[in-house]
Design a protein around this ligand. Structure first.
Ligand code: NAP
Length: 359
């Protein structure tokens, strides 16, 4: 049994020190390479190593789907403040995509305005379909546009978006990596219907990174994906760690359980995020937010003690006593982002489509 399986299955006797060591986790000392914007003075935050490079990244990143997609002409200051606080507060890894409306443009613009240079670890994606078999021009244009929008000569991590045209796109990304246009490559998905092809890719494709859906509610990645990634030396980004705000909607104003104090947990975001990043195979969770205060709450999940296997079980057991937890996903995508509105290009396009289909 490997260490991830040992942990996932809750074997007794796996000390915090042992699982932190084996999983490459660490409260790293500040080094010269940390002295990019926002990286100094955060040595107490949990960082984890990317297995293939040994590079340390803070265990909380920033997602940008919906939250960073604005409408041209509308105020963007709060979003810029989210990125500023994220970087100044010790965050580093930002995940975006050309498919997230204006998010990629906004990340690039804000980073430039804030004065960030190369300290930010940028992860983006490519969605290039089988329509372009034998023709890499679409993929080339996508990479070029991503570089342009993010104002970089190299992307830290390029990911095949939602397994689309995986075989062809992997080949293209491998060539980009050899040419130095991207540093690392990976595959993403969020839809649990695709667990099997995602697991196959982890085991077959020597990925630097995999991005998958994992949360205190959605734990199926523990069966095959997380142990597989740990075995293959593949770093793991976790999307939807807050279940698209449904976990917060569920707990509402409910007070935190008393045992949360033992972990220095000050709010529900930290409860849900500490649970995710304490899995030894997880490298970084990428919660998305449009709220500058929320970004600080989320970064706080990297501080203080992390739950061990027994405490993680206790955290799940507590959530199972919260009415509605078992049925969190029953309403499907219509229950995403309860109480939130994100006016952006994607929301606008979807509304236009709905009006055309059912005027
Ligand atoms: N490749 C894929 O297939 C895929 C799929 C899904 C997601 N992703 C990536 O993963 C990222 C994260 O996933 P997600 O955005 O779908 O879901 P998520 O991070 O689980 O949830 C985001 C929601 O949580 C809320 N939130 C964040 N911090 C909070 C806090 N401290 N307190 C209260 N509410 C908080 C946000 O609202 P506020 O704006 O009010 O803070 C937002 O509505 C995405 O942005 C994207 O980068 C990739």
């Amino acid at each position: 049994m490997n260490i991830a399986e040992e942990f996932c299955r809750g074997s007794a006797g796996l000390s915090r020190r042992r699982f932190l060591t084996v999983a490459g986790c660490g409260l790293a000392a500040t080094s010269l390479s940390d002295l990019a914007i926002g990286q100094s003075g955060h040595a107490d935050m949990l960082r984890k190593s990317i297995p293939r490079t040994g590079e340390l990244v803070p265990a909380i990143g920033l997602g940008t789907f919906r939250t960073f997609d604005g409408l041209p002409g509308q105020p963007r200051e709060p979003l810029k403040e989210v990125l500023r606080r994220f970087l100044a507060g010790g965050g580093r890894l930002v995940d975006t995509s050309p498919l997230y409306g204006s998010a990629e443009v906004n990340v690039g613009d804000f980073a430039a305005q804030i004065g960030e240079r190369q300290g930010m670890f940028v992860a983006s994606k490519i969605w290039s379909t089988g329509d372009y078999l034998g023709d890499t021009s679409h993929a080339e244009r996508s990479l070029y546009r991503t570089l342009e929008r993010l104002w970089r000569d190299r992307i830290d991590l390029m990911q095949c978006h939602s397994l689309t045209n995986l075989e062809a796109v992997l080949g293209i990304m491998r060539a980009w990596k050899r040419e130095g246009r991207i540093r690392l490559l990976g595959v993403t998905n969020h839809d649990m219907a695709y667990l099997q092809p995602l697991g196959d890719s982890i085991e077959r494709d020597s990925l630097d990174f995999v991005q998958l859906h994992y949360s205190i509610f959605e734990r199926r990645a523990e069966d095959r994906l997380l142990p597989g990634a740990a075995d293959r030396g593949t770093a793991v980004l976790v999307n939807m760690p807050l279940e698209k705000a449904r976990l917060h909607a569920l707990v509402g104003r409910r007070p935190l359980p008393d045992f949360a104090k033992e972990l220095g947990i000050a709010n529900w975001a930290q409860y849900f995020l500490k649970w995710v990043i304490s899995h030894p195979a997880v490298t970084c969770a990428i919660p998305a937010t449009s709220n500058p205060d929320h970004v600080l709450e989320n970064l706080g999940a990297m501080r203080g003690p992390m739950p061990d296997a027994a405490m993680r079980r206790r955290m799940v057991q507590y959530m199972e006593t919260v009415p509605g937890f078992a049925n969190l996903d029953k309403l499907g995508p219509r229950s995403w982002y309860p109480g939130k509105t994100y006016p952006g290009l994607i929301t606008q396009a979807q509304a236009e489509l709905r009006n055309r289909v059912a005027p």
